[in-house]
Design a protein. Structure first.
Length: 136
């Protein structure tokens, strides 16, 4: 059956989107594992940003590195009602000694999201291959 140019475009864009989603998940999982392995554990002070209400979902985390530098980074995870990051509270984090701006908040790694991206990407690639085999 001839799918034509439109069918070919759907297959190509579906496959490319799937590859991008898979790579996003794979890179995220690799970074999580690396930070768990080489990250330095510290307690970080949670500081609320003085910004608009919609920007307060990701507060600032302030901690001191092994060499005495004080680092302030945006939290990689938002504050939620289930897992709040209260202003003035402390949370355990792991930071990358080579780049202290890379942090992992313990217990909130969100690995499920990364696995979801990888699985969705594989599904999209398989769907594009199947569609390509049937349409083109």
């Amino acid at each position: 059956m001839g799918g034509g140019t439109a069918g070919f475009a759907v297959v190509v864009f579906g496959a490319l989107g799937g590859v991008v989603a898979y790579l996003a998940g794979a890179v995220g999982l690799r970074d999580l594992r690396r930070l768990r392995r080489v990250g330095v554990p510290v307690r970080a002070l949670v500081r609320e940003r003085a910004a608009a209400a919609e920007d307060r979902a990701r507060p600032l985390l302030q901690f001191e590195t092994e060499d005495g530098r004080v680092v302030e980074v945006f939290s990689p995870v938002p504050s939620t009602t289930r897992h709040p990051l209260p202003d003035g509270g402390y949370v355990p984090v792991h930071y990358d000694p080579a780049d202290p701006r890379q942090v992992l908040v313990d217990g909130r790694e969100r690995a499920g999201l990364e696995y979801g991206f990888a699985a969705l990407g594989l599904l999209m690639v398989l769907a594009a291959i199947t569609l390509g085999a049937t349409v083109l």
